[in-house]
Design a protein. Sequence first.
Length: 323
Amino acid sequence: MKKNNRNILILSLLLLLTNNACAPKIENGYTKERGFEGNISLSGAFALYPLVVLWSEEFKKEHPHVRFNISAGGAGKGIADALTGMVDIGLISRDLHPQEIAKGAFPIHVAKDAVICTINAENPNYTLLKERGLTHAELKNIFINKKYKTWNEIDARFSKDPVIVYTRADAAGAAETWANFFKSKQEDLKGVGIFGDPGIAQAIKDDKNAIGFNNINYVYDLKTKKVMDKIDVLPIDLNTDGHISENEDFYSTIDDLTDAVSNNHYPSPPARDLSFITKGKPDNLLVKEFISFVLKKKSQSYLLENGYVPLTESLINKELIKL
């Protein structure tokens, strides 16, 4: 009986060794037998989240053995997660800081978009605000200097209702980019802190005296191409003449705005690059394949219809060379 048990054990070990020898070994997310397979984890900017979900679904059609884990939590979280190895790719919507580059942050630009100033569509001064806009100096006095307590302190024609300012509570690319428009940092922004792009958009919808800022995709309806209910874009009076002229009026549809970003009619910042970051130059074959996929013309072609601005061919080639 003992001899039979020993023989069974030996046979089981031989079968296990044989099976392991025959099983394809996954190295860097690729095997000859099954092609690309494995997991890709990404986290970070709310601005990039919807686009990355779209790209991942398209990538899986070509590589069905690949799985994705994608989460949005702000650009700051994406950078931290990538640099600590929590994720393969961080999603960022602002420029990297020198200390982040020193820690090994390696950026690949994948798209462009913009941060826009937003107000409640039932603001008591809505019509006049849309006609005159606000200048860079007036916006700085709202978001950085906290100069105005009521709307009529900006313009005597406005009502005496309070100016309620909303900003981001999380470390966010949108907030950093909006602050950079005033040559400031996110911590310099004044207002009620709200977590995430969806949160700040909802806060503005709920408060008729609100003013804040959002990524394009949380303000416009991608089906109608127009702004969503209860929220609208506050135009910037770029030439400071007290009136939104024809060449400053590019907010009616998402297509008009993305075209203005593409042609540099909308200022940068708050127009900005959207990027992937990895810790050091990526060497995993699966990760590199996904980044290369994102930079293909077909993948870039999805951007305009989803509220983003694609990279030019020269910029695509520049980013591919980095890989």
